[in-house]
Design a protein around this ligand. Structure first.
Ligand SMILES: *Cc1c(COP(=O)(O)O)cnc(C)c1O
Length: 428
């Protein structure tokens, strides 16, 4: 059985199910596996299909706390869309992770987390309460949509997120309850924090945050790194250099776990935008976050990456060699120039993807084989992509469908007591 320890309190050791339910540990510490046993048969696993292989990888990681057949059905439900490897240049491939319902890689982790919580809550009433500045709300809403005994409450700042982003979650209805708050994202987040300190609300609604720190998300993300290597020509597999556009460093953390399991990952690049706390830290050994800057790649606008302790733990304990880990930052002008260059070469990359491409090109050895991750569909960043590349983008079907539906969100004043009454009346 997998045991996880709190990276801020080594005494706190929990099972996978507990870690998923609790989310964050004592002193706001994150949970991480105490050890990871390598897989015995990576080559054979690489021959399997995505869902079959992912069930085996997750069963190996999680162990016997959850029956294999349960994991297999959770994986089948969660991963009902592909991860596609596309050749972009000689020896350079893009792993497209945006073929899910909200067109971003967060669908993989979000959907598996939803499966976990609905299996582990055993019929107890659960309310997922979250604030969103854009992407997370959509991924969480779609992942939990229609799940029995689970309600989702999403707060977002009214008028401050794009219409496409907003309509991806406010049009669902059913067990997804959305509030357009007259305030900023920080106001929304403050109300969420307030609710988690309110014992009566916590108790009566069965509050859970389902946030990005949840270990179930990371384990789910491990699976698509196996898929990337599986789709490489077999003679290139040993040389894979993977580049991950990084904000909270969860995605690259999953890549390192995959390597610890024995997946051949020769090198890893975790490339940031101008929010460059980690690249500066690796160069100077000093952790000195600056104020967060708004960027084209806004899902990576993070200056205190909450998964960094997990990455640091693996590097410090030689689960992955420091020498094979790179982290550069790519500025705004450079991001635009790279988008143009990639486009001229025949591939359309939105800003996050362009940053991963650039990180790879900086670090890739002349005989290496590179895989950069595309974490979002270009249409999710339609405004900036169209402006920078001077093109018109078609809306993919999930976005076009959502835009055509009415918004079901309720407006809410920025006042916790009002939210509290609403929640008790609706869900208490
Ligand atoms: C969340 C996100 C990232 C950053 O991933 P982390 O796991 O936080 O490093 C990159 N690109 C997109 C499109 C995202 O939504």
């Amino acid at each position: 059985m997998m045991l996880l320890h709190n990276l801020k309190d080594a005494e706190q050791v929990v099972s996978f199910v507990e870690a998923v339910k609790v989310g964050l540990g004592n002193n706001q510490g994150v949970f991480f596996p105490q050890s990871i046993a390598p897989l015995a048969d990576v080559d054979a696993l690489l021959e399997l299909d995505f869902v079959g292989r992912s069930s085996k990888v997750l069963s190996h990681l999680i162990g016997d706390e959850i029956p294999q057949s349960t994991i297999a059905s959770m994986v089948k439900n969660a991963f009902n869309f592909p991860a596609e490897l596309v050749k972009v240049e000689e020896n350079v491939y893009c792993l497209e992770l945006f073929h899910g319902p909200t067109l971003a890689f967060k669908d993989f982790g979000g959907r598996f987390m939803a499966e976990c919580l609905s299996v582990f809550n055993e019929g107890n009433k659960t309310t997922i309460l979250t604030a969103t500045s854009g992407d997370t709300g959509a991924a969480v809403a779609h992942a939990f949509y229609g799940k029995k005994d689970i309600d989702v409450v999403i707060l977002y700042p009214k008028g401050k997120i794009s219409l496409a982003q907003q309509k991806l979650f406010t049009t669902l209805g059913n067990n997804i309850h959305c509030y357009a708050v007259e305030g900023s994202f920080d106001d929304c987040q403050a109300m969420v924090k307030h609710a988690f300190l309110d014992d009566e609300i916590k108790q009566r609604l069965g509050l859970n945050s389902a946030n990005s720190i949840n270990i179930s998300r990371l384990l789910a993300q491990v699976c698509y790194y196996f898929e990337a290597v599986a789709q490489l020509p077999s003679e290139q597999r040993e040389k894979a250099h993977i580049s991950v556009p990084s904000g909270n460093f969860g995605n690259v953390c999953a890549a390192m776990i995959a390597a610890s399991l024995g997946l051949p990952v020769a090198k890893l690049s975790a490339t940031t935008n101008q929010n460059d706390t980690v690249p500066r830290y690796l160069a100077s050994k000093e952790w000195a976050p600056n104020d967060t800057l708004e960027s084209l790649s806004n899902a990576m606008d993070v200056s205190k990456p909450n998964n960094w302790p997990r990455v640091q733990f693996m590097l410090d304990n030689d689960w992955f060699n420091y020498e094979n880990f790179y982290s550069h930052s790519v500025g705004e002008d450079e991001t635009k120039a790279i988008m143009q260059q990639v486009y001229d070469n025949g591939y359309l990359a939105e800003p996050h993807t362009a940053i991963a491409y650039q990180g790879l090109k900086q670090d890739l050895a002349s005989d290496g084989v590179g895989v950069f991750l595309s974490t979002a569909h270009p249409a999710k960043f339609k405004e900036s992509v169209e402006e920078i590349l001077n093109i018109d983008l078609a809306m993919p079907k999930p976005l076009a469908d959502a835009l055509a539906k009415p918004c079901l969100a309720q407006e809410l004043v920025n006042d916790y007591q009002v939210l509290r009454e609403q929640l008790l009346a609706k869900l208490g």
